[in-house]
Design a protein around this ligand. Structure first.
Ligand code: S3P
Length: 173
């Protein structure tokens, strides 16, 4: 099995779904944000505060360049990874790119009490989330090989849906 690259807006459930797939299908879990934090020795929020978003985007690209040549991984990517064309190409070289979608209402509910997403700090409302999603929408859709709507579904069902679509895609290619 090649890798599965999970993409999607913040709090669409990438991490929970990545853990679910790894548990059920014996794949290796890779949390992109965590790997970046480990490498930098500081939190994402500190990276944004101290060096800015552009620097963080460089770190994302460097991370993706480094995961080449490994297989059987589920990579839970940061929500903004699609913003750079180069990242999308690197992801596609590494496996199936799976987009998780959720409504702004679901996302707001999940991020309300968290403080680990600098881009949403002070902006936790439907209008802002909707606007940011709209701005990114085309990039998510262009990057995706497979699209999964997650609202109202449990993690297990989402994992199964992903694996059956990944299998189908392989047959087609
Ligand atoms: C970001 C998403 C975050 C994290 C950073 C920026 C984004 O990851 O990489 O805060 O630009 O959408 P999650 O999608 O895991 O929250």
């Amino acid at each position: 099995m090649k890798n599965i690259m999970l993409i999607g807006f913040m709090a669409t459930g990438k991490s929970a779904v990545a853990r679910g797939i790894c548990r059920e299908y014996q794949m290796e879990l890779v949390e992109m944000d965590e790997e970046i934090e480990k490498k930098e020795g500081r939190k994402i929020s500190d990276i944004f505060e101290e060096d800015g978003e552009a620097y963080f985007r460089e770190l994302e690209t460097a991370f993706l360049r480094g995961i080449n040549e490994k297989e059987n991984q589920v990579v839970s990517c940061g929500g903004g990874v699609v913003l750079r064309r180069e990242n999308v190409e690197l992801m596609k070289q590494n496996g199936a790119v799976v987009l998780l979608k959720a409504s702004p209402e679901t996302i707001l509910e999940r991020v309300k009490r968290n403080h680990n997403r600098p881009l949403l700090e002070g902006n936790k409302n439907i209008a802002f989330i909707k606007k940011m999603m709209d701005e990114r929408k085309d990039k998510y859709l262009e990057a995706a090989d497979i699209i999964i709507a997650t609202d109202g579904k449990g993690v297990k069902a989402i994992c199964r849906e992903i694996m059956s679509k990944v299998e189908n895609n392989k047959r087609k290619n």
